[in-house]
Design a protein around this ligand. Structure first.
Ligand code: SF4
Ligand code: SF4
Length: 82
């Protein structure tokens, strides 16, 4: 999963781009739900939120490192539950 760091300016540009609805406004900055973020695996070649963030404050979450296979599995679970 990816994580939004403190540089976030709450611009809301990333939220509508997420195919998994993993992004939401948090108490202070926007947040990514690591159980929903597939790093866009299954949907796109690149993380869409990273592409649009004007201040480049979205990074790989060191606490939620996943392989491509694990991300694909998450994608399958999320999409079949929807
Ligand atoms: Fe959503 Fe993709 Fe960003 Fe993860 S990487 S939060 S799935 S847009
Ligand atoms: Fe924050 Fe970047 Fe999302 Fe804007 S696009 S809300 S700065 S994470």
């Amino acid at each position: 999963a990816l994580v939004i760091i403190d540089d976030c300016i709450n611009c809301d540009v990333c939220e509508p781009e997420c195919p998994n609805s993993a992004i939401s406004p948090g108490d202070e900055i926007y947040e990514i739900d690591p159980t929903l973020c597939t790093e866009c695996v299954g949907h796109y070649d690149e993380p869409q939120c990273q592409n649009v963030c004007p201040v480049d404050c979205i990074e790989l979450d060191p606490e939620h490192k996943e392989s491509k296979e694990e991300l694909m599995e998450k994608y399958t679970i999320i999409t079949s539950a929807a």
